[in-house]
Design a protein around this ligand. Structure first.
Ligand code: NAD
Length: 430
């Protein structure tokens, strides 16, 4: 496996050890691309500044009768290419800086996938694992009631992200529709019974596997026999792991927020059984056919492919040099700090960048939106075929242009996306 070509270094003043939050990751990736595209200061301002940011107070009646105040955020970064689009995250780490960074990453992701959406993100600062279903429902309804004036099928369309799922999307659909009239296209990632698309739930994981397979194909390699480590065993991580195992890869270790495990006697984990255990117990920890390992060591295991599928900034200056994977497939958003990027590049680790690798979810969200607007539903084969075609074409374009221009996949992906958004902004006029 070849590593990436070295083309850019950290800018002067951005010393090793200083960059480690989501905002700095998107800023750095943008700046590298903007420099190579020769963007003017006013073009950079046009592209970087978010269109609208909302912070709302969410008083929620808890099951014990008390009222707790949560903070909700929605950032609409850029809508030049279509309605704003982006997930809603429920996590104790949610804050306005994180949401702003993730919203911007969505702008580049939708542009790279060439789907007619802009970029947005939302979140509520809460721990969903400590809320009852009733509390989660009341929180979700309050959030949507408070931001509904900026949402809508032609305005801004939320979707699932960390800590949210099809049930949360169902409440969003119901809350919005009860005020605005039946509007299935106001949110994606809904249950199929309410107008969700078949194939949406596993689309991000499926996309990760598709991009990885296409990358391997360039080197005459296949998924069969690949040794894979997955961090995060939620929607994305567990889907990717199951699809990989179905194609003959060995999932040698996985982890979640509670801990990490590896297979017994150096063998792969039985992924289906592990998924059933996780569904029952809420964690991979305690899986009887796994051996507990230190969660810190998970990312450093000797493997062919490492899939970060949890939170941001997990690969950083403090651990990147000890990563032994040959390929990193970024299923999570913004998992690699710029410092780690440089170290991994130097160590010839191939990085499949997040805005390409995890775009399967938003692509199938786009299919769901199209189906809702047309009041039609596609079968699963059509969804999979269309998803695969879009991802393979995008991967090939990025890869071809990256080697032609001597850039990394990440640099090329950002450049292509930024150019598309700039063109749309300039064509629309000031
Ligand atoms: P999820 O809530 O379903 O699962 C998250 C998993 O990560 C859980 O297993 C959780 O325990 C684990 N986790 C969380 N914080 C962790 C930590 N600090 N260390 C180790 N494990 C941790 O979320 P998801 O939808 O699978 O999303 C995972 C990642 O993929 C996020 O970065 C998200 O933004 C990104 N993503 C999701 C989608 C989607 O369609 N759901 C699309 C694109 C990108």
């Amino acid at each position: 496996m070849t590593g990436m070509m070295k083309t850019e270094t950290l800018a002067e003043g951005q010393q090793m050890g200083h960059l480690a939050n989501p905002r700095e990751i998107v800023d750095y990736n943008f700046d590298v691309a903007a420099r190579s595209l020769g963007l003017s200061e006013s073009q950079k301002g046009l592209l970087k500044e978010p269109f609208r940011e909302i912070k709302v107070k969410l008083p929620v009646r808890m099951d014990d009768g008390t009222v707790r105040i949560f903070q909700g955020y929605r950032v609409q970064h850029n809508g030049a290419r279509g309605p704003f689009k982006g997930g809603i995250r429920y996590s104790p780490d949610v804050n306005e800086h994180e949401v702003r960074a993730l919203a911007e990453a969505m702008t580049w992701k939708t542009a790279l996938a060439n789907i007619p959406f802009g970029g947005a993100k939302g979140g509520v600062n809460c721990d969903p694992l400590r809320l009852s279903q009733g509390e989660l429902e009341r929180l979700t309804r309050k959030f949507i009631a408070n931001i509904r004036h900026v949402l809508g099928p032609m305005r801004d369309i939320p979707a699932p992200d960390m800590g949210t799922n099809p049930q949360v999307m169902a409440w969003i659909f119901d809350e919005y529709s009860s005020r605005q009239g039946y509007s299935p296209a106001c949110v994606t990632g809904k249950p199929v019974e309410l107008g969700g698309s078949v194939g949406r739930n596993r689309a991000t994981g499926r996309g990760v596997v598709t991009v990885l397979a296409e990358h391997l194909r360039e080197f005459g390699l296949a998924l069969d026999g690949l040794r894979v480590v997955v961090q995060g065993f939620g929607n994305v991580g567990s889907s990717a792991a199951q699809l990989l195992a179905d194609q003959g890869a060995e999932i040698i270790a996985v982890g979640d927020i509670f801990g990490a495990i590896r297979g017994q006697d150096g063998r792969g984990l039985p992924v289906q059984e592990l998924a059933a255990h996780t569904k029952r117990e809420g964690s991979v920890v305690g899986f009887p056919k796994g051996v507990p390992i230190d969660a810190e060591d998970l990312l450093l295991l000797d493997c062919d492919v490492l899939i970060p599928a949890a939170s941001e900034c997990v690969l950083h200056a403090g651990n990147a040099d000890r990563v032994r994977a040959k390929i990193i497939a970024e299923a999570a958003n913004l998992p690699t700090t710029p410092e780690a990027d440089e170290i991994l590049e130097r160590n010839r680790v191939s990085i499949l960048p997040d805005i390409l690798t995890n775009s399967g979810g938003v692509i199938v969200s786009y299919f769901e939106w199209v189906q809702n607007l047309q009041q039609k539903s596609w079968d699963e084969l059509t969804v999979r075929k269309e998803l695969r075609q879009r991802l393979v074409e995008t991967y090939r374009d990025v890869s071809h242009l990256a080697s032609h221009h001597g850039k990394t996949l990440r640099q090329m992906a950002y450049s292509m996306a930024i150019e598309r958004v700039l063109r749309a902004e300039e064509q629309r006029g000031a």
